[in-house]
Design a protein around this ligand. Structure first.
Ligand SMILES: Nc1ncnc2c1ncn2[C@@H]1O[C@H](COP(=O)(O)OP(=O)(O)O)[C@@H](O)[C@H]1O
Ligand SMILES: N[C@@H](CC(=O)OP(=O)(O)O)C(=O)O
Length: 439
């Protein structure tokens, strides 16, 4: 059995859904198909939630109506029989009535998650209507029946496994299951989600839970590219990556994959393929245990980083100092990305500033604290990067003109990270594209 995940752009138009139907029926292997929301929908739902949170119900109502009008147009193109059109319109009625009811209820965090879940519920149900119209045998598998996270927002893999396997056993003759990416239930049993872009994570978790033959992530580009195609002019696809390399790239900003989407596949050794819905013949990228070759594979950038530098003469020869620093970040549930130390100072980077004022206050007991906001981590990812002197030499020669504020290497042999002011991000990615890849 395999897992095929289609992202927002792959189901973003009625014609795209028709293409997806062809791709999932191209071979006879049983499959679980994971769909994201139609592209743009989750952003609209976020806006609606934010408007409700700020008490602006009338603009929220306008947004809901505009979204409904888009979906009415969508279903009028997708459904070509009266039965299908009526089924699709019933689905829209149900979900837009729900959004309109929410307008009247007082806003809460839990309600905002319910709002966000409407995108994936709509896309999967409408796709199911289309499959019925085409006479394609399938079953809708509600993600809220099996996908769950614990108190720390971590997926509960053993429970997911038990639940999904029971459903599959009860429906052993069904060749095709359609389910929602992104959405799940939290420890309180409420509707929740795996964070933006989380459908990749859903797919990988499902692939791990059913021990799939492969986890295919279908998107709008032919695999992982060597650099961010939204930022630099020329990029090339990478044919093969190891799990470790792919995880580094996903974590450090390659938007094609959700940051956490690799570990479930890696833990259960399930190959992941990145493929293009618009160009299904293209090779894409195979992600597996094996790294194809040594050397640099790709560069990625992660924005919205803050550097925190703690200087203390007391650090000199003081054991336990780093523990005290890390405990403060841990207490405020703020994870650290990069770390560098010298004898008198330690610098770390964080991507979540929500607890920064309290963190600074507590760090100031240990030493002087300097903060640098609007930074970007540029990660150069590959296999055994430092085995070749040439790689490091080329890397640092490339970025000679950039004011690099931190450098990190050694945490893994697959990553060299540089911290640069965000205003230098594009220039740095471009310089590395020429210096490391000759592009
Ligand atoms: N290194 C990279 N390789 C490929 N795509 C990348 C990379 N970095 C960023 N991207 C962007 O990721 C996009 C695909 O991810 P995403 O928009 O989440 O797709 P989907 O909606 O299908 O899940 C591509 O269109 C591309 O612009
Ligand atoms: N719809 C969700 C989940 C997701 O993964 O979407 P996509 O596959 O289009 O990145 C989001 O926009 O965050």
């Amino acid at each position: 059995m395999k897992v095929m995940k289609f992202g927002g752009t792959s189901v973003g138009k009625p014609q795209r859904m028709q293409e997806v139907a062809k791709l999932i029926t191209a071979d006879s292997e049983p499959k679980i198909v994971v769909l994201s929301a139609v592209s743009g929908t989750t952003n609209s739902l976020v806006e609606i939630g934010n408007l409700l949170a700020s008490g602006d119900r009338s603009t929220a109502k306008q947004k809901i109506d505009a979204l409904e009008a888009q979906y009415q147009q969508f279903v009028s193109e997708l459904a070509t029989t009266e039965t299908a059109l009526s089924a699709a319109k019933d689905i829209l009625k149900e979900h837009f009535e729900f959004l309109n009811i929410i307008l009247k209820i007082s806003y809460s965090e839990a309600l905002s998650k319910d709002i966000l879940a409407q995108g994936e519920l709509l896309s999967t149900k409408l796709f199911s209507v289309y499959l019925n119209q085409k006479g394609i045998n399938h079953m809708l598998l509600p993600a809220l029946d099996f996908m769950s996270i614990d108190n720390n927002n971590e997926p509960q893999v053993p429970q997911i496994k038990t639940k999904i396997q029971a459903i599959l056993q009860q429906n052993a003759s069904t060749p095709l299951f359609i389910t929602q990416g992104f959405i799940c239930r939290n420890a309180k049993g409420e509707v929740d989600n795996l964070k933006r872009g989380g459908s990749d994570y859903s797919a990988s978790l499902i692939a791990a839970a059913i021990n799939a033959s492969v986890c295919e992530i279908w998107t709008d580009i032919s695999g992982m590219h060597n650099n961010d195609p939204r930022v630099v002019n020329k990029t090339i696809p990478i044919e093969q990556l190891s799990f470790d390399e792919a995880a580094e790239l996903a974590y450090f900003g390659a938007k094609i994959l959700h940051p956490a989407s690799i570990w479930p596949a890696q833990q259960y050794n399930i190959p992941v393929k990145l493929l293009n819905t618009m160009e299904p013949q293209a090779k894409g990228t195979l992600i597996s245990e094996q790294a194809a070759s040594q050397g640099v594979k790709a560069v990625a950038a992660k924005d919205g980083i803050t550097a925190v530098k703690i200087k203390s003469s007391r650090m000199l020869l003081a054991y336990g100092f780093l523990r005290k620093v890390f405990e403060i970040f841990e207490k405020h549930r703020t994870s650290i990305d990069m770390i560098t130390t010298s004898e008198v100072a330690v610098s770390v980077t964080i991507d979540d500033n929500s607890a920064l004022p309290q963190i600074i206050k507590e760090l100031e007991v240990l030493g002087t604290v300097e903060i640098e906001k609007d930074q970007t981590i540029i990660s150069v990812v590959g296999n055994e990067l430092a085995k070749s002197n040439e790689t490091l030499q080329k890397l640092f020669t490339s970025v000679q003109t950039v004011p690099v504020t931190m450098v990190s290497y050694g945490g893994s042999p697959h990553n060299v990270s540089l911290l640069v002011p965000s205003s230098f991000k594009q220039q740095t990615l471009q310089l590395l594209n020429s210096g490391l890849f000759g592009l």
